[in-house]
Design a protein around this ligand. Structure first.
Ligand code: ATP
Ligand code: MG
Length: 496
């Protein structure tokens, strides 16, 4: 194999604590190099997300040199806990050089050996741009696969034969698209052909690993390009096939884009605004169920999409659960999709309606719902919200948040209700509280002890069934409407 060592000047700063680790290893007589994504990034003046070090020291030898360490995985990676300049703790990963045995299951080597040279370690890495080692003490790059040239040409290319490398670990197929998206690189032709050909082998990869790469792609500056690339190269159907249903699905007058393009443009806006993962996912999924709810209306002489919010909430939940996202992400994204229409219907936005939406989505999520609305608008090709209207919505939300949105915020409690009605503890108390909350949601002025005591005395006389209905009215109305919408949709598809 050709050896290529160049002396280079890297001006990008390397954190002290990272240099300290490589220095400690070298002083103990070992080799130590920065390697992988961090070298790729500093060569482009990008701030690395993490710093990886590779060494000829064995895991036990690494551990012996540092105070606080732990084993990270089966590959001998040792995590070293260090303190950064701003005195926060940070983990630096040190991985011994290794070679890998055959990959019979397309995702993990059958064996890992630590009796290797730097050259072997670089050879097992996925892409040329990720296979450059940097010796800071000498200012030397070890670049056996022309990674530096590929960085300059902005090309992503596998180390060695692309088909074989993807057969070893199919996740590399998705990493290719994720890295190309992140760096705005093109994928070299042979590598790209192998991506297309080997796409179906993604089936063998765990959803957790797919999810992590997918999330990283969504969190880049260009997620729209990334998702389009995944679709064109045949990967998206192994990640989120539901999104593909929107391809070519035309919409009505307000919408100049197909459902697919609209979802993507909404996603891109969330990235342009640097919003967090859950908002980005909600933007991508917000209209996911328009294709299956689309109906032609003769009356309107147009397409309608009734229930796409309700169905979309369920579909996105299922999709994200399949991708093994955390319960927190699944809950919040599906909820944002479920309620995404709220802020788009201007007539609906009254103060009491805003109070109810705050109750439904929770005060902690209502601002994210506004963000999804912004993505929806921009994704339609509409101009940004006029500043006046935006301020108006914001002030309504703030006002609505001051109102009680749960029984706990009422100016009366179970104790007081028992006192004035002489009721004993039981379900009736809860029904009264919920009935009172419904009234207060209509008009917050009613949240005074005087009014609530008066109403309690009236309510307590009602038969329990009626009381229960009053309390659950808001919630029930919502559920009924959802069920009605769903049954229409199910009927049309001939399913129950
Ligand atoms: P990021 O900037 O997101 O951290 P990265 O390239 O550093 O990107 P990591 O997952 O941190 O990605 O991996 C570190 C390095 O390990 C890579 O640069 C690459 O050299 C190697 N690597 C990671 N995953 C694989 C894989 N599936 N197959 C081969 N090499 C891999
Ligand atoms: Mg990395």
């Amino acid at each position: 194999m050709a050896t290529s060592t160049e002396t280079v000047k890297i001006s990008h700063p390397i954190p002290q604590e990272v240099s300290r680790v490589t220095e400690t290893l070298r002083k103990a007589g070992f080799e130590a190099y920065l390697v992988g994504g961090c070298v790729r990034d500093i060569l482009q003046e990008i701030n690395p997300k993490d710093w990886d070090i590779t060494t000829n020291a064995k895991p036990e030898e690494i551990q012996a040199l540092f105070e606080e360490t732990f084993y990270e995985n089966d590959y001998g990676t040792v995590g070293i806990v260090t303190e950064t300049e701003d005195e926060t703790l940070k983990v630096i990963e040190v991985t011994p050089y290794r070679t890998e045995g055959a990959y019979t299951d397309k995702r993990r080597p059958d064996s890992v050996s630590f009796h290797a040279k730097l050259e072997d370690d670089l050879k097992r890495r996925d892409f040329t741009i990720n296979a450059i080692a940097y010796d800071e003490s000498k200012g030397h790059l070890t670049d056996l696969f022309d990674g530096l040239k590929d960085i300059k040409d902005k090309v992503l290319r596998t180390v060695g034969n692309a088909q074989e490398r993807f057969d070893e670990d199919a996740l590399r197929i998705l990493r290719a698209v994720r890295l190309a998206t992140d760096l705005s690189f093109t994928i070299e032709t042979e590598t790209q052909n192998a991506v297309i050909e080997k796409a179906p082998t993604l089936k063998h990869i765990s959803m957790e690993r797919i999810r992590d790469e997918f999330s990283k792609m969504i969190m880049t500056k260009n997620p729209m390009v990334g998702v389009i690339m995944c679709q064109k190269l045949g990967l998206l159907k192994y990640i989120a096939p539901e999104i593909e249903n929107g391809i070519g699905v035309e919409q009505n007058g307000d919408h100049i884009y197909t459902v697919w393009e609209h979802n993507l443009r909404a996603l891109q806006h969330s990235a342009d605004r640097e919003w967090p993962l859950h908002v980005r996912l909600a933007a991508l999924f917000h209209d996911v169920s328009k294709p299956e709810t689309r109906r032609w209306s003769n009356e309107k002489n147009n397409w309608t999409f009734y229930g796409h919010d309700v169905v979309g909430g369920r579909v996105s939940r299922k999709t994200l659960e399949r991708l093994k996202y955390s319960k927190k992400i699944v809950d919040v994204v599906s909820m944002l999709v479920r309620y995404h229409l709220f802020f788009s219907d201007i007539e609906k936005i009254t103060l009491s309606a805003v109070r109810r939406i705050v109750r439904n989505v929770g005060p902690e999520n209502v601002w994210d719902l506004m963000k999804v609305r912004a993505c929806d608008r921009i994704g339609m090709g509409r101009p940004k919200e006029a500043p006046y209207r935006l301020r108006k919505y914001e002030s309504m939300i703030e006002e609505a948040m001051r109102a009680p949105v749960s029984v706990g915020m009422l100016k009366i409690d179970g104790q007081k209700i028992m006192e004035v009605t002489r009721e004993t503890p039981g379900p009736k108390l809860g029904f009264i509280l919920h009935a009172l909350l419904e009234e207060v949601l209509d008009d917050t002025e009613r949240n005074s002890e005087e009014f609530l005591v008066k109403r309690t005395l009236e309510l307590a006389k009602l038969p329990i069934e009626e009381l229960k209905k009053l309390g659950e009215e808001g919630k029930e109305k919502k559920d009924e409407a959802e069920e009605a919408e769903l049954s229409v949709i199910r009927k049309r598809h001939g399913v129950k």
